[in-house]
Ligand binder design. Structure first.
Ligand code: ARG
Ligand code: ZN
Length: 871
């Protein structure tokens, strides 16, 4: 059932043009296709039969080759394939297919979301629409006509530019024809039909092309589209400036839909977005969500070049477009907001979730070697680690050569479907560097470990760094070759000043290529403190025997903002582990003053960016502490962290209060960097004050909730009260919030998530009850994520309850979702796949939950692959 990268073959047939006509109807939808096909001159198999993809749910009404209708003896359907034995070298294939989008709960292919039709074709959804060569290296020019009831579906959209329209008066129906001049694979096809409102803005590209930008949504959300539009314009300008890339059609459209498996999709000229990644207004949207909208809008826009103009040869190359595009959107966000804060956020995600993936049973290289279901490989490894791999190339080459390499890549491969090797080759050619060893980052899974030690020879004034690299075994890969790792470092001399290194710079990129290497620095007058892996220059786990004093020193002096934050995190981890040991030994917990003093110094430093202060003062999450543990002790992690939080609050309550008051909002709300920074620190101060569990602090939080003119402050206060020990007040504020925002689906999803993440006992019963609430709908992935995923991933003490009730709950939901929506079901599995990291009784309970899913009957490929690989 698995398919392998090594088996890749060029397609035996090509599709030069694709003409589609959709007749949308309540009972069924008819899809007529006319494909101009011919044998691929590059294919060695001159006699190969025509093997089309088509999902089992397709009803084939008519099939003709060059006008000749085929009878059932002329073809064979088996699983996802339609095999036509004898076809000429060049022909027209006509196909009439009947589908039922209204019954499509998988949300792949063409489906209905509330009252509108939309599509999601990546990776292999097009085969649920009609029979086709549904592989990214088959690129075709599409012309699409959409026909539907004129009153209920006034807006009819597809890729490219609109070229004709008309109405079928007597039937009350109308149609629009769209033409996309750029050849594209089927996964970039899109169609939308509905009663939609839109906002519009003109845009002139750098070279003078006039483009219309449009964002569509249901009319009630029309007031929540401006931020996405501004983000789009910023992204378009940024890509012109930083990568020299311009938009290429007359119109660029984004459509917001409420039922969506992922964040968004870069369909050519017609992006389809999860409402959660496009809608934004101060009253309903937090600062974090505003920034997510900006990032996702940019991400999908950047795909127009890194993904659409240059696409992937096959799905093993997914990171070619995703890793590169995530790197591009991260740099964009860094330029728009705070660079250091963005880096901290991305590294935090990588170190908690991607490192955990790399250490689990689904670990795979950035370029996987095999898969059963490609949907399972839209992972943190392909996206986030893939972006780190591109970032390392950027670090090794420097910005100018990297830009030259990207220019060469886009120019050379425009209109082609290519591989990650082609990308690296362009970078090699412009730089003259040999990146053959570097390519191992694409093929070897697992997180490399660096062990660093040092010595100092005072007489010779010589400082040496010894670095040893290794990488743990992962499924199918026992032995690893050494990686080519850029290790950015600085040396802090007396007073915390950077020592000048090679060429007078204060940061030097050491290149590791061997298992063991030593780097020698001459003329070092005093033993320095090393600042290692500056900016997180490689996705590795670095160990260096650093004392608490040295960490405090780095925290206050390192010129690298990221490493200053990281030193604080390392200090906190060290101290939290000590508390966990005390807790396990049944001794009273006692917080090392070093952390209190360090936090006090940071709180007192008014010159620091408040957003970075908030990051530094945020204790490592339970998820990160879990990832760092060999065996996860759920209770000890939770108790130690709670204890530290309260102890810090008690020791520093005056400071938290002072800064809370000083950061009070001034002026009209705007989600700009300055205000976002202030709110993040202010809400963090409130969270410490609430840890004091005092009625006065509760009143303060309630006042913030009541008086807030924006969702960041209101929701910040809400979740603190909801998670507090003040039960009656928690219920009251949740009730009030529901009343206020009943009609705002995305806000109510946050309301579900806050309850699902409540660490107090009884959360599972609450989640169970909420599944029956009118606000919940198991067919809507956003709601499943808010309630079920949040409970299972952000509420460890309840999900991992010793009696296994959390595991049983999740297994039941997966069995239910497996039939409705395999992609969402498969993603829900993640926490169960990590069973090896828990104690023996929990391991047994988690394994039996997985076994029960496996035995539950007919499993989708998605769920089957994850369950079978993790048992
Ligand atoms: N290409 C989209 C993006 O990165 C994600 C599409 C995911 N689709 C899927 N079936 N997993 O923005
Ligand atoms: Zn993407």
């Amino acid at each position: 059932r698995a398919i392998y990268l090594k088996d890749y073959q060029v397609p035996p047939f090509l599709i030069d043009t694709t003409e589609l006509r959709f007749e949308l109807g309540d009972d069924h939808t008819l899809v007529r296709s006319v494909l101009k096909m011919r044998r691929n001159p590059a294919s060695p198999s001159r006699q190969a039969p025509l093997d089309l993809h088509g999902h089992e749910s397709l009803e084939l009404c008519r099939l003709a080759i060059s006008g000749q209708v085929l009878s059932p003896q002329d073809y064979r359907r088996e699983g996802e394939s339609l095999l036509i034995r004898a076809v000429p070298d060049e022909f027209t294939l006509e196909c009439l297919t009947r589908i039922r989008p209204q019954d499509n709960t998988a949300l792949e292919g063409l489906y209905r979301s509330d009252g509108m039709y939309c599509t999601q074709c990546e990776a292999e959804g097009f085969r649920r629409i009609t029979f086709y060569l549904d592989r990214p290296d088959v690129m075709s020019v599409f012309t699409t006509t959409v026909e539907a009831d004129a009153r209920r579906y006034p807006v009819l959209l597809s890729n490219g530019n609109p070229v004709a329209s008309g109405s079928l008066e007597d039937e009350g129906r109308h149609w629009v024809t769209w033409q996309d001049p750029f050849p594209k694979p089927a996964y970039l096809f899109a169609l939308v039909a509905g009663d939609l409102a839109h906002i519009e803005r003109p845009f002139k590209t750098a070279s003078g092309r006039d483009v219309t930008l449009r964002i569509y949504a249901e009319s009630r959300d029309l007031d929540k589209l401006d931020h996405a539009m501004e983000s789009l314009v910023k992204a378009m300008r940024w890509d012109e400036k930083v990568y020299g890339r311009e938009y290429d059609l007359d119109i660029y459209m984004i459509v917001a839909v409420d039922f969506f498996n992922m964040g968004a999709m870069e369909n050519k000229g017609l992006n389809i977005f999860n409402t959660s990644c496009v809608l934004a207004s101060p009253e309903t949207t937090t600062d974090a969500a505003f920034q997510r909208v900006e990032g996702v809008v940019a991400h999908e826009y950047f795909h127009n070049w890194s993904g659409n103009r240059v696409t992937c040869r096959d799905w093993f190359q997914l990171s070619l477009k995703e890793g590169f595009t995530v790197f591009r959107d991260a740099e964009f966000s860094a330029d728009m907001n705070s660079r250091a804060v963005k880096r901290v956020e991305d590294v935090t995600l990588l170190r908690t979730a991607q490192f955990a993936e790399d250490a689990g049973p689904m670990a795979h290289p950035v370029r996987p070697a095999s898969f059963i279901e490609i949907s399972n490989f839209y992972t943190l490894t392909v996206y986030e680690k893939g972006a780190e791999v591109v970032r390392m190339i950027h670090t090794l080459l420097g910005p100018e050569l990297f830009r030259k390499g990207s220019d060469l890549y886009f120019e050379r491969h425009d209109g082609q479907a290519v591989t990650t090797d082609d990308f690296v080759r362009a970078m090699e050619e412009v730089s003259g560097r040999d990146l053959s060893q570097f390519r191992l980052w694409y093929d070897q899974a697992g997180t490399p470990r660096l062990h660093v030690s040092d010595d100092y020879d005072a007489a010779a004034q010589r400082y040496s760094l010894h670095v040893e690299q290794s990488c743990p075994a992962t499924p199918d890969q026992a032995e690893k070759k050494p990686f080519h790792i850029p290790l950015a470092i600085g040396l802090l001399g007396p007073g915390g000043r950077d020592l000048p290194l090679a060429g007078g710079a204060t940061t030097e990129v050491l290149e590791l290529t061997e298992t063991k290497q030593t780097f020698v620095f001459e003329g070092v007058a005093e033993r320095p403190v090393p600042s290692l892996l500056r900016g997180f220059s490689a996705p590795v786990k670095l160990q260096y025997p650093c004392s608490r004093d040295e960490r405090v020193f780095l925290m206050s002096h390192d010129s690298d903002g990221f490493n200053r934050w990281d030193a604080g995190q390392a200090l906190a981890v060290d101290i939290l582990r000590e508390l966990m040991d005390q807790y396990r030994a049944g001794r009273p917990m006692q917080l090392d003053c070093a952390l209190i003093d360090a936090f006090a110094a940071v709180l007192d430093d008014e010159a620091l960016d408040p957003a970075m202060v908030a990051k530094v003062l945020t204790l490592p999450s339970e998820a990160y502490l879990s990832e760092l543990s060999d065996e996860i002790d759920v209770e000890a992690i939770h108790e130690a962290r709670q204890f530290a939080k309260k102890a810090l609050a008690q020791a520093l309550s005056g400071r938290f209060e002072r800064r809370y008051l000083a950061l009070a909002p001034a002026g009209v709300y705007a989600p700009d960097a300055v205000q976002v920074a202030r709110r993040s620190l202010r809400n963090l101060c409130l969270s410490y004050l609430m840890a004091l569990e005092q009625p006065a602090q509760l009143a303060r939080a309630r006042a913030q909730y009541d008086d807030a003119d924006n969702m960041t402050d209101r929701q910040g206060a809400l979740s603190l009260i909801a998670h507090s020990a003040f039960g009656a007040e928690a219920d009251a504020v949740l009730e009030d919030f529901y009343r206020r925002f009943e009609r705002e689906t995305l806000v109510i999803n946050q309301w579900l998530a806050i309850q699902a993440s409540d660490p107090k006992p009884g959360a599972l019963a609450r989640v169970d009850a909420l599944m029956k609430h009118e606000a919940f709908d198991i067919r809507n992935p956003n709601k499943v994520r808010s309630l079920i995923s949040v409970f299972c991933n952000q509420n460890a003490v309840n999900f991992h309850a010793a009696d296994g009730a959390g595991y049983d709950f999740l297994a039941d939901r997966i069995i239910e979702m497996n039939r409705l929506n395999p992609q969402v079901a498969s993603r829900l599995l993640t926490p169960l796949t990590r069973w090896r990291k828990y104690d023996a009784p929990r391991q047994a309970l988690m394994q039996s939950a997985l076994q029960r899913i496996l035995d539950s009957g007919e499993l989708s490929k998605d769920v089957y692959e994850v369950v079978s690989k993790s048992l």
